[in-house]
Design a protein around this ligand. Structure first.
Ligand code: B16
Ligand code: MG
Length: 221
């Protein structure tokens, strides 16, 4: 009986893109439009480098790949164009796109009285949560609009755990990005790597799928 157990951490801070939902593929499609326009080779391997990285830093990485130099004004225009394409893709999202196992796991964690926050680099996080029917689910949402430094800087996770009113030792971060695992470490918090970040040596734990968050290693009798 899971309800008779306690969770190892009082709070969980979830990354959004690549953890709660798979908007990472929408990012890929939107950046591909920009890269193709600039004649820069872009594939899933390069897309992996953009996980958890802010929009403008992502553009810089793509431009560096192609050794393309642009003015700040041109960069702003391309970032806007990418975001417009990304928002068009996000418009297709419905609560049906939220994996059932993810939703069931989140609900079970809530029953275990775990406090939960989102710690995302995305400026579209609130929009995405609304599309997935999760607007009121989390105790706190810290996103790209509330931070000045992106991962691996720990700002986003520090703000999220302050919003949960917890100590760093009481929180664990769930991340799909190497930069996010590093950010958790810089915040002095334990981390759980999933997806791409399950290959990170820096992650405290590694899981294969979201429902593994309810595994024995995280439950105390
Ligand atoms: P936006 P996360 C990150 O979200 C994405 O992983 C990253 O690819 C993206 O560039 C960044 O958000 C900024 O997103 O353009 O929507 O502001 O993984 O931190 O939830
Ligand atoms: Mg992510």
């Amino acid at each position: 009986m899971i309800q008779s157990k306690a969770y190892k951490y009082k709070g969980i801070i979830f990354d959004l893109d690549g953890v709660i939902c798979h908007t990472d593929q929408y990012h890929y499609r939107a950046w591909k439009i920009i890269a193709d326009e600039l004649g820069i080779f872009f594939d899933q391997k390069i897309n992996n480098k953009l996980r958890g990285v802010s929009r403008m830093e992502s553009l810089e990485i793509i431009l560096n790949e192609g050794k393309v130099k642009l003015t700040d004004k041109e960069k702003e225009a391309l970032a806007k164009k990418k975001n417009d394409a990304y928002r068009t893709f996000l418009n297709e999202l419905t609560p049906e796109d939220l994996d059932k196992k993810v939703l069931e796991t989140l609900k079970a964690l809530k029953e275990l009285k775990v406090k939960m926050a989102i710690g995302s680099s995305s400026k579209n996080a609130t929009f995405i949560l609304g599309k997935l029917g999760l607007s009121d689910f989390f105790d706190a949402v810290v996103d790209g609009n509330s931070i000045s430094e992106s991962k691996p800087n720990p700002e986003v996770f520090n703000k999220a755990r302050h919003a949960l009113n917890l100590e760093k030792e009481e929180c664990v971060v769930v991340e799909d990005a190497f930069s996010g695992i590093e950010a958790a470490r810089n915040a002095g918090m334990d981390s759980i790597g999933i997806g791409d970040a399950s290959k990170s040596d820096g992650a405290t734990y590694k899981i294969r799928e979201f429902s593994d968050l309810l595994g024995e290693e995280f439950l105390i009798s």
